[in-house]
Ligand binder design. Structure first.
Ligand code: OAD
Length: 230
């Protein structure tokens, strides 16, 4: 049985990483257009670099929770039949042990060189304009996908969604495409669809099953059910 799990900010919320769409509409006090668009970066690169440096440090100080761990456990049991597609730029899935994982919106722990296109792993800050380890130019930006940019690995993700028997959405509001469209794609190709969310989203295509609750409770319980049904 092939399973694709799409995760969003909700899976990391209980680790202490804030979600995006809070009541005030701001992301950690900033307008999304200022810190998550190429135009925002062009207008004020220091602000944007500092913003992601803070996010990178923040994520380094938190730990994976029971939901990340449950998905890693599922991978240990069923191997490559599980693909986790995350919209999150934190590294909590891999720190929990997930390996068959796609970061469709990029990673805080990677930089992108605007001169040569290299995507080196990056744990330090970018504000001080360090040189690219590949080409030496000081043109590194965070390797996160901003609004108006193309997410990573779309072909691989779409193929996996089409081929999946079960498609599961965890902790995502379904507000950002193309990720928000995967439930419809999965359903169109015959997958069973499941949503695990604190507050179920208003999906255009209804999920076959919805389990409402905190990720640290509903994800381990769902993994238990999948494994006991084998
Ligand atoms: P959102 O902030 O839009 O949605 C967070 C979701 O998490 C909501 O559906 C909540 O109900 C749910 N949630 C909150 N706490 C939870 C918990 N403890 N357990 C389970 N669910 C919980 O975040 P995303 O849907 O991930 O894109 O946002 C998608 C994309 O929009 C992000 O990847 C980012 C952002 O702009 C880019 O940066 C390109």
């Amino acid at each position: 049985m092939r399973i694709v799990v799409l995760t969003g900010a909700g899976i990391s919320a209980e680790s202490g990483v804030p979600t995006f769409r809070d009541a005030d509409g701001l992301w950690e006090g900033h307008r999304v257009e200022d810190v998550a668009t190429p135009e925002g970066f062009e207008a004020d690169p220091d602000l944007v670099l500092r913003f992601y440096d803070e996010r990178r440090r923040g994520v380094a100080s938190v730990t994976p929770n029971a939901a990340h761990e449950a998905l890693a456990r599922l991978e240990r049991e069923i191997g490559d039949d599980l693909l986790v597609v995350t919209q999150n730029v934190d590294d909590l899935h891999e720190r929990a042990g997930s390996r068959n994982l796609v970061h469709m919106h990029g990673e805080l722990r990677r930089a992108l060189c605007l001169s040569c296109g290299a995507r080196p792993e990056w744990t330090g800050d970018l504000l001080d304009r360090p040189p690219c380890p590949e080409c030496g130019e000081r043109m590194l930006r965070p390797d996160v996908v901003w609004f108006g940019e193309l997410p990573y690995d779309l072909d691989r993700i779409e193929r996996a969604v089409i081929d999946s028997d079960v498609f599961v959405s965890v902790g995502t509001s379904g507000a950002v495409y193309p990720a928000a469209g995967y439930v419809a794609l999965a359903a169109a190709f015959g997958a069973r669809t499941v949503e695990l969310n604190l507050v179920p989203s208003d999906a255009l295509v209804p999920f076959d099953e919805v389990r409402a609750g905190a990720a640290t409770e509903v994800v381990p319980a769902w993994v238990d059910d999948v494994l006991s049904a084998r």
